[in-house]
Every structure is written in structure tokens, then in C-alpha cells.
Design a protein around this ligand. Structure first.
Ligand code: FMN
Length: 177
């Protein structure tokens, strides 16, 4: 699949088939994420890949009702985080500029884009969810205190083919000087 096609065809999937995703494909998604650029190549993004049924239900319970409904049949949820106070900080742990931990989150987002595009190439659908209870997820998965939870990404085989929501035009967002 060409990059342009993957970018155009990728959609947020809110209905999944009850069908397992192979461990091999999940490994491929994470290794694709790791190909993304990162600040000083520090690679502070972290992933907890949940597919065991009991834990999957517990992670789903950390989502609001509408997201639980969206990922009802999703066989895999990936909880993403990054190590705080590293990317965008100097050796004395002082923020290098006004974005501070925004840079760690930026790196994480770059990796996530690789992950969702690779999923598209593998015939898998994804839903990035920013509306989740980070506190509950941290406790449930024993995420270390030095990490900030970012998103929960559902992965599975799509049971729906959504239309692309309309996008802004280049001239709405870009200034050429
Ligand atoms: C950072 C981020 C957080 C999001 N959070 C949610 C969410 O909690 N629930 C949801 O249903 N969709 C969520 N989405 C999906 C967006 O609504 C979706 O990407 C957008 O409407 C464009 O649709 P598309 O992904 O099909 O192109 C999120 C997307 C991003 C990038």
C-alpha cells in the first residue's frame, strides 16, 4: 500500500469484528512506531498492549461510556505513555523552552501516526482515544510515576467503512510567505 493511499483510507474505527489480532502484527505496529523521529532520538514513548480478556475488560472500564461502546468488540487496546521531564528538558531537568513535556507528547504523537498507518497497511483499524481516565489506567497497569499516560488506541479488524469526515483546505491552515 502506498503512503498516500494509507493516509486517505485510514479512518477512526468505532466498530470492530470479534477477531483476534496476531502477536506478530502487534509487534510490527510497535516496531513501526519506533521508526518515527524523536527529540535527540530519546524514544520516550511507551506502550502497554492489552489483549488478555479480563484485563481488556478492566481497561475498557477506564473509558467513558461512549468510548466503551466504540471499542466494545475491539480485541486489543494499547495504552500509550511517555517518560516525563526528559524530552524537551536539559540534564538539570529544566525545560528547554515553553513547551516542556509538550515535546514528549509530540514525539508520542509522531509514533502513533506511524502505528495507525501501519495498521491500515495490515488491514487493521484503529481508534485513538484521548478521553480516558488516566489515573485509573495508571493504577490498573502500574504505570510508573515518571510516565504520563497519553491515549488508548484500539486495534482490530474493522466492522465498518466510515466516510472521511471533511477536512480543511490548505489555504485555511497554511500561510505561504
Ligand atoms: C488525540 C486524539 C484523540 C481522540 N479521542 C477520541 C475519543 O476519545 N473518542 C473517539 O471516538 N474518537 C477520538 N478521536 C478520533 C477523532 O475524532 C477522529 O480522528 C477525527 O474525527 C477524524 O476522523 P478520522 O480519524 O476518521 O479521519 C481522537 C483522535 C485524536 C487524534
Amino acid at each position: 500500500m502506498q503512503l498516500q493511499e494509507a493516509m486517505e483510507k485510514r479512518r477512526s474505527i468505532r466498530r470492530f469484528l470479534n477477531k483476534e489480532v496476531s502477536k506478530e502484527d502487534l509487534m510490527t505496529l510497535i516496531s513501526s512506531a519506533l521508526l518515527a523521529p524523536s527529540w535527540k532520538n530519546l524514544e520516550t514513548s511507551r506502550y502497554v498492549i492489552v489483549s488478555e480478556e479480563t484485563m481488556l475488560d478492566k481497561v475498557k472500564a477506564c473509558l467513558p461510556a461512549f468510548n466503551q461502546e466504540n471499542v466494545k468488540a475491539a480485541p486489543v487496546l494499547i495504552v500509550t505513555s511517555f517518560v516525563k521531564d526528559t524530552v524537551g528538558f536539559d540534564k538539570q531537568k529544566k525545560a528547554i523552552n515553553e513547551l516542556g513535556n509538550g515535546w514528549g507528547c509530540y514525539d508520542c504523537g509522531l509514533q502513533h501516526m506511524n502505528l495507525v498507518l501501519k495498521a491500515q497497511e495490515l488491514g487493521l483499524g484503529t481508534l485513538v482515544m484521548g478521553i480516558r481516565d488516566a489515573q485509573k489506567l495508571s493504577e490498573l497497569l502500574a504505570i510508573p510515576d515518571d510516565q504520563q499516560i497519553v491515549s488508548v488506541i484500539a486495534v482490530g479488524y474493522p466492522d465498518i467503512e466510515p466516510e472521511m469526515p471533511c477536512r480543511k483546505a490548505v489555504e485555511d491552515v497554511a500561510t505561504f510567505i
